[in-house]
Write a protein of this length. Structure first.
Length: 202
């Protein structure tokens, strides 16, 4: 699914939740997204979220972009010590991954190259996110966009205020999430987490 329709139907859910809950929406291709409570939000996770918020604020990120980033990272890693500090195997492609954004491949190698002694710490990973967002170009996984150059993700989202839209763009163009139907539950999780983090912490 192209980006604009995806953003439109996700935004519509939050603008018109009753329509979706009651079945008034007749487009069966749309996905029902209902805000839920954060899970696994123990004190350790809260501390990591707060540390991340302070870091991104210090780098000039808006509260809306911070919510979108942390919503994605909550889905990717749960902010757990295990996912942040230990290398794991991706169950989908068997690649090694690590960190709040679950980097793998060349991005994982670059993380280790830039931070050889502390790549498995939250601080180093936050710094790497900032580096990537402001210096890298990503195409995401939309097959219609493969091979084309896009503006840096940060430049696309830095002035936006729609958390749903921001979260989705980060998911697709930074995390490289797929539009395939089987991944829509994860998209829902990212947006729910972002909205909840915004409401609770920002």
């Amino acid at each position: 699914m192209p980006l604009e329709p995806a953003i439109k139907y996700i935004s519509d859910v939050f603008k018109n939740p009753q329509k979706w809950v009651t079945g008034q929406n007749t487009n069966s291709s749309n996905i029902l997204i209902t805000p839920t409570k954060l899970t696994n939000i123990n004190e350790s996770v809260k501390d990591k979220i707060k540390q991340s918020i302070e870091f991104f604020k210090s780098k000039g990120y808006s509260k809306y972009v911070i919510a979108g980033l942390l919503g994605n990272f909550k889905t990717e890693s749960e902010f757990s010590n295990k996912n942040i500090s230990k290398i794991a195997s991706d169950p989908e492609n068997k690649a090694n991954n690590i960190g709040i954004a679950q980097w793998q491949g060349d991005r994982f190698k670059e993380l280790k190259l830039k931070y050889p002694t502390n790549y498995n710490t939250l601080q180093a990973q936050l710094e790497f996110v900032d580096y990537e967002l402001k210096n890298k170009v990503f195409t995401g996984r939309d097959p219609k966009l493969d091979g084309k150059i896009h503006k840096w993700v940060y430049n696309n989202i830095k002035d936006k205020t729609d958390i749903t839209e921001i979260t989705h763009e980060i998911s697709v163009y930074y995390e490289g999430s797929s539009f395939k139907p089987e991944y829509q539950k994860a998209q829902q999780s990212r947006i729910n987490n972002a909205l909840e983090i915004y409401n609770k912490f920002l």
